[in-house]
Design a protein around this ligand. Structure first.
Ligand SMILES: Cc1ncc(C[n+]2csc(CCOP(=O)(O)OP(=O)(O)O)c2C)c(N)n1
Ligand SMILES: [Mg+2]
Length: 811
């Protein structure tokens, strides 16, 4: 049963006074180091551009106390944390104190190869659990990571280790991001456990002060989704003051105070507090005495003593959680706490002046030249503090662990019918894998946002079942109602069915795809969705790739080829996304035997180590691996009767092969990708009598072809004269006068660059506009990717005698 608790006077004391002293010293040090790191980057490091690099001093300070309590006390080695992006300086400072971050990286904060502005798994060298930066994504990732932990354990892996908590440090304005609520709903459906979200309730966003009373909306929302809510509003000083005569009036005043006024008074300091409070309490003796007993400094300290800046309350609140229910902590904080920027509504990108930093240095007893010293200026001796740091529970964890790879067959069997779509081929492939008893098949986990059946995962799900904490039978089956699909849930199921939100799909894929390092267990995740809806979750996809999550994304149907289902579901730009997205190898096979080759490659490619050195075979960085995107189609097309030789297999993986090799006097080459293969083949047949030595290039991955080409050029520019990419080898013997016509069901720029490889004239056909419904023939004609349009394009750029079979083009 979800409940709300307000931490205050009744808080149990979980901290010894020695620990509290040590934590207080560390909190001070963390704030200093973070502030100094930012100051150093802006004012001390040589900056040839003369630009301030910024650094979010205020946003960081907001979380200094909470993160001190967490990292130095409450976290356990098995816990994982997504840190609010702008608290990165605090995070790096903590890692530095724990000996996991170097001085060199801190000195280079925000500089070339220095500590990152936002915690980054792939670019930082300290122990980042989840990359953050695009607000909202890291928060949701912790939820899905908890789910993945449950999935892994339910399948019998990693059960010898204790369960971890997946924790997010969340900005209050970050909660504006809708993906957080999409995730919460999914978490409720899936029985979320072991997840904490700690809200830095500083009541400021980037631009301004946030709306009044948001905490109450949050509380209601979290409760509605089954979360416990813990509110930390007041610190111990305020609680003690409330117990004094007049204290109730002070509490009431604070509770009624608008956020803007509170922020303004925080910024102005003790004298302003006194003036305002005495004005508002005029004639109320007890509370006026409470105020007058305190100096300006004491009054300012009292009035800013909020729960999120009270180490003891925080540690108590965290240690009081003795259950696995998801828990949200709403911690009242002050943006810029402890700094002269505190409370100002413009402080988000504010930088302290050198004079302000000097004053802070003096207040913190730090001598010039000792700014980076871990124990400088602290009230506790360094031996004691050193011993405390050595014993910090979270620091006991071993970082950088990675699961072993799982062996994958070189060839995957799939029954190929004479006419078949790549989507049907995908379903058939997974059906075959579903029969396999090998370990890799057990490690596959599929997921889909309510399009499991329509992306052809049904047969796989029939074999492997759906995942849930508790078994749930398919009532249609038990009632003996005929149905193609068995929808049975159990803890052993290998398919995670999601609601429709595509953001959730990508964040879950990210969490599943990081299991090899977050949960130390290898999973082989495959997610399916309709191709146009990639754009709905694109930022999450980008972040998944950025943090080296490994998965296979199967997008189908795609392009205008899904006709006549609907113009609104057509996708144009996704092949370009596939090319441009870092960390994602994109393929668009035309035939099922190609798909089978790509699939076995993909299952291996997603397991390769990102730390490996890229090789120079064909230049697409095969050794470092990545995720894979397959753009598939529902169009049934005639399948070639051929042997998948090792050479053909390799060429499919490398990105292209000659379906018909051009002769020495070739006048035209047609290069195609994907579902338009029949049109390309037909066009070549139509032209063969009137154009000499015509060639047909099957492109299975424009992405890898292009990446290889670019890398080989770069290598040559750097002196490796022999570097040759796959596409350069393929086009090497195409005569200079030959023209290239490229065609795909997607944006023409995907293949348009082929002409630049060896300087061939090129006409790129594809789809630039969308929305028209119709049959495939109607649409291919309408958008100019049918065989007649291919012939017309060839005739226009490869002059010669008229191609006899060319018909007039539709206007
Ligand atoms: C998706 C996304 N949109 C916009 C931004 C720019 N941005 C960075 S921080 C921020 C406001 C954050 O406010 P809050 O979460 O309350 O954090 P605070 O700085 O107050 O701690 C914005 C809009 C971003 N990083 N990510
Ligand atoms: Mg905020």
């Amino acid at each position: 049963m979800a409940n709300t608790s307000v931490i205050g006077r009744s808080a149990q004391a979980s901290l010894s006074s020695r620990d509290l002293d040590a934590l207080s010293a560390l909190e001070k040090k963390v704030l200093w180091l973070a502030t100094w790191t930012i100051h150093h980057a802006n004012y001390i490091r040589e900056n040839s551009e003369g630009l301030k690099v910024g650094g979010h001093q205020a946003s960081s300070a907001s979380l200094a106390t909470i993160m001190t309590a967490l990292y130095f006390k409450s976290l356990r080695p098995q816990d994982r944390v997504a840190v609010k992006p702008h608290a990165s300086p605090i995070f790096h400072a903590i890692q530095y104190l724990l000996g996991r971050q170097t001085l060199e990286k801190l000195e280079l904060f925000r500089g070339y190869k220095g500590a990152q502005s936002y915690p980054s798994r792939s670019k930082d060298t300290d122990d980042v659990d989840f990359s953050t930066g695009s607000v909202g994504l890291g928060v949701a990732q912790t939820l899905f990571s908890s789910l993945v932990q449950d999935y892994v354990r339910a399948h019998g892996w990693g059960t010898d280790k204790p369960e971890g908590r997946m924790i997010a440090l969340v900005g209050d304005a970050e909660l504006d991001e809708g993906n957080i609520f999409e995730a919460m709903l999914e978490g409720w459906k899936q029985g979320l456990r072991n997840c904490w979200w700690i809200i830095d309730y500083n009541r400021q966003s980037l631009d301004a002060v946030i709306r009044e009373g948001l905490w109450a909306r949050y509380e209601a929302l979290f409760r509605a989704f089954g979360w416990d809510v813990v509110i930390l509003k007041y610190g111990a000083l305020l609680e003690a003051a409330f117990a004094e005569p007049g204290g109730d009036s002070l509490r009431e005043w604070i509770d009624q105070c608008p956020n803007q006024l509170y922020s303004a008074l925080v910024f102005q300091g003790g004298a302003a507090w006194r003036k305002r409070l005495l004005h508002d309490f005029v004639g109320q003796g007890a509370v006026c005495r409470l105020i007058e007993q305190r100096s300006d400094d004491e009054l300012a300290r009292l009035m800013t003593n909020l729960g999120g800046h009270d180490l003891a309350s925080l540690c108590d609140a965290f240690s009081a959680i003795d259950h696995d229910r998801p828990t949200c902590f709403i911690c009242y904080t002050i943006k810029g706490f402890g700094l002269p920027l505190a409370g100002h509504k413009d402080n988000h990108a504010g930088l302290m002046t050198p004079a302000q930093v000097e004053r802070l240095r003096a207040a913190m007893d730090i001598r010039p030249g000792y700014e980076w010293d871990r124990f400088e200026g602290l009230a506790i001796d360094s031996t004691t503090l050193h011993a405390f740091l050595e014993a910090v529970p979270f620091a006991q964890r071993q970082s950088g662990r990675k699961a072993h790879t799982v062996a994958v067959p070189d060839h995957l069997h799939v029954p190929i019918q004479s006419v078949m779509s790549t989507q049907a081929g995908f379903g058939a492939l997974l059906n075959e894998i579903g029969r396999d008893k090998a370990d890799y098949a057990a490690r596959i986990v599929t997921t889909s946002p309510d399009v499991t059946v329509s992306t052809n995962l049904g047969a796989w799900v029939n074999r492997r079942g759906l995942f849930a904490h508790q078994a749930l039978a398919d009532t249609f089956k038990s009632e003996r109602i005929p149905s193609t699909f068995s929808w049975e849930f159990s803890p052993r199921g290998q398919h995670i069915e999601l609601g429709i939100a595509e953001m959730n799909l990508f964040i879950l894929l990210s969490a599943l795809g990081l299991s090899y390092t977050i949960h130390d267990e290898r999973l082989l995740p495959i997610g399916t969705l309709y191709d146009p809806f990639i754009c709905r979750g694109l930022d999450a996809l980008n972040y998944a790739c950025y943090q080296n999550a490994r998965f296979i994304l199967v997008a189908t149907p795609s392009g205008i080829t899904l006709a006549p289902e609907g113009g609104a579901h057509q996708s144009i730009s996704t092949p370009l996304i596939g090319m441009a997205q870092d960390g994602l190898a994109a393929f668009e096979p035309a035939f099922v035997d190609e798909l089978a080759a790509i699939m076995s490659f993909a299952l291996s490619y997603i397991q390769r180590d990102s730390d490996s050195e890229p090789s120079e075979r064909n230049w697409p960085r095969d050794e470092t691996g990545g995720s894979v995107y397959l753009r598939l189609s529902t169009r049934p097309i005639e399948q070639p009767q051929r042997q998948m030789t090792p050479d053909l297999h390799q060429a499919v993986i490398d990105g292209a092969y000659w379906m018909r090799r051009p002769g020495p006097n070739a006048q035209v080459v047609v290069a195609y990708t994907g579902a338009v293969a029949p049109e390309a083949i037909q066009a070549v047949g139509l032209m063969a009598e009137d154009r000499r030595d015509i060639g047909l290039l099957a492109v299975t991955s424009a992405d890898r072809l292009n990446a290889g080409w670019t890398a080989a050029m770069r290598a040559r520019e750097r002196g490796l004269a022999d570097a040759r990419s796959h596409v350069e080898q393929l086009l090497a013997n195409v005569p200079p006068h030959c023209a290239i016509v490229t065609v795909l069901d997607g944006h023409p720029a995907t293949l348009g660059w082929l002409g630049a490889v060896n300087g061939h004239r090129t006409r790129a056909l594809g789809v630039e506009h969308f929305g028209q419904t119709g049959s495939i023939a109607d649409l291919y004609r309408h958008y100019g990717i049918d065989s007649n349009s291919i012939v017309a394009a060839a005739q226009a750029i490869a002059p010669g005698r008229p191609v006899r079979f060319l018909r007039a083009l539709a206007p």
